[in-house]
Unconditional design. Structure first.
Length: 408
């Protein structure tokens, strides 16, 4: 089976606007959670979010592109640029039809709201002519592919909170199946807005804790919901042969992918089907459960998810589950929704290369139903050869990855 490796990474997220910034803050256990600034949350029961700060899209793109696209693209383009530059990919030396992209994003609800207001107030002849393209689910793949001249597969996926991992897994398969030598995997989510926060707040999924320092606490007994975030991440994935031939920097190997679907409930997760995705990823990678050194959890900080994921890990690993360190990157930068699994996978690659497991911060009171080693509050040195990344989508769409230290 074709080996697929990571040769470049890029990020825009609440913990940094570059990969180096992200790692510095992950390793030190810094929180990117704060009071909501994007809109007036005075009347909202939810007061905190994980927003990207000090981000100026004008530094990354021309005014025309900036005005004709949404914040989703504003974050996706610099993340993709950082990843492609880090990989050393030179399109003038590539066959464009052998380079492609898979992406994921969420609709920006307020764009729809504003478009509707214009239609009602000024009539159909004054509608935004770019309304459809601005909000198209394929917009990241279209914009990045256009910018770099990719002529290979140009795909968009959406499995809600599992999308970021799903993007990587699909990109891996396009390479394994021979459709491409290089695939960009890009996910961006800026759906943090009034409509979404109000809706998710009524549903009870978001934390109503007004204190940014304690609101996001995965696996802690006193957790009360997840923190909505925003951000973008990008990976450059290549076949091992192609990367070696061009002398690309190889950061890690994506060795296995696994999927499952709960087919149970649109909001409540199922441990037994999460286990299927984990086992499928292990099997696909040819890895035994006792070989896994670290699990980067989905770890949302909701009552249901954290208990369910803990059960799924136990079902997958048996007694070995108590020996494997597990941590949630969401404790530091919140839930980036469709971009979450990708940015969290970047965190795993960084952990492998630095020999350091990012912690689960704000962990104070153990939950009897969550009794694994969650690497509480402080990063831990460890040699990591094989890691499992869990991503479980709202509604039961699950995607798991096996990321390995690269060995020639």
């Amino acid at each position: 089976m074709q080996r697929v490796v990571v040769t470049g990474m890029g990020v825009i997220c609440p913990l940094g606007l570059t990969i180096d910034e992200l790692w510095t803050n992950l390793a030190s256990g810094k929180s990117g959670v704060g009071l909501i600034q994007k809109f007036d949350a005075t009347e909202f029961p939810v007061k905190v979010s994980a927003e990207v700060k000090d981000f100026d899209p004008a530094k990354y793109m021309d005014i025309k592109t900036m005005e004709r696209t949404q914040r989703t693209i504003h974050m996706a383009l610099p993340a993709a640029k950082e990843a492609i530059e880090a990989s050393g990919l030179d399109m003038s030396k590539e066959k464009p039809e052998r380079v492609g992209i898979v992406s994921a994003c969420m609709q920006e609800n307020m764009t729809i709201v504003e478009g509707w207001k214009v239609l009602q107030r000024r009539g159909p002849r004054r509608a935004d002519p770019l309304f459809f393209t601005k909000g198209a689910p394929s917009i990241i793949s279209l914009q990045v592919g256009l910018l770099y001249g990719f002529n290979g597969p140009c795909i968009s996926v959406n499995s809600l909170c599992a999308s970021g991992a799903d993007v990587i897994a699909n990109a891996v398969n396009y390479i394994r199946l021979g459709y491409a030598d290089v695939m960009a995997a890009v996910a961006s989510d800026t759906s943090l807005d009034e409509m979404t926060v109000a809706s998710m707040g009524v549903l009870g999924a978001l934390s109503k804790n007004p204190d940014p320092e304690t609101a996001c606490r995965p696996f802690d007994l006193n957790r009360d919901g997840f923190i909505y975030g925003e951000g973008a991440g990008a990976l450059v994935l290549e076949s091992y042969e192609h990367a070696k031939q061009r002398g690309a920097p190889i950061l890690a190997e994506v060795a296995g992918t696994g999927w499952s679907y709960d087919a149970f409930d649109v909001s409540a997760p199922q441990a037994k089907t999460e286990t299927i995705a984990m086992k499928n990823a292990l099997r696909n990678a040819g890895v035994r459960p006792d070989e896994v050194d670290y699990i980067n959890a989905h770890g949302t900080s909701t009552k249901l998810n954290d208990v369910c994921e803990t059960k799924a890990i136990k079902l997958t690993f048996g007694d070995q589950a108590y020996k494997i360190p597990v941590s949630s990157s969401k404790s530091m930068f919140g839930h980036l929704i469709t971009a979450g699994g990708l940015v969290e996978s970047i965190a795993v690659v960084l952990a492998i290369n630095h020999g350091l497991i990012p912690p689960t911060i704000h962990y104070e009171t153990p939950d009897p139903e969550c009794d694994l080693d969650y690497v509480p509050n402080v990063a831990r040195e460890a040699k990591l050869d094989i890691c499992l990344k869990d991503s479980f989508g709202f509604g039961g769409q699950n995607c798991c990855l096996i990321l390995k230290r690269f060995k020639d």
